[in-house]
Design a protein around this ligand. Sequence first.
Ligand SMILES: [Zn+2]
Length: 149
Amino acid sequence: MITETPAQSPPMPQPDEATQFFWDGLAEGELRIQRCRSCRKFIHYPKPICRFCQSRDLADEAVSGRATLYSWTIAVQAFHPFWVDRLPYTIGTVELVEQPGLMFASQIVGCAEEDLCAGLPLEVVFERLTSELVVPFFRPAATEGEVAP
Ligand SMILES: [Zn+2]
């Protein structure tokens, strides 16, 4: 599900050959991470060469969007005017479940500061900021039998 945000002017990514797949995936509601076809390791951020086996045979693959919270901080000052209305917000590093050490930086949403804890199960949610920009955030994962808001 992609939620809508009133159009303003967020800072826009400048995709290149190595990162276009990531933004294309988000626009289609998928979190895509670069993966080495040789050693099968995921790599983030995208690189021209696999840092595990030096292969150049790299592709991208949709991941589950499940993660655990590794670390976080509360932003009380926006780095760009677009985010001022959202202050304070949580910026976190999450570890994607596909691979130990596969870290991803994002906003953590739908979780009060006092409920944040290392290892908290998370799931990706996609938010459309403009007609051309969808971004991934993470929220606490719905537990079995529960539907997340
Ligand atoms: Zn590799």
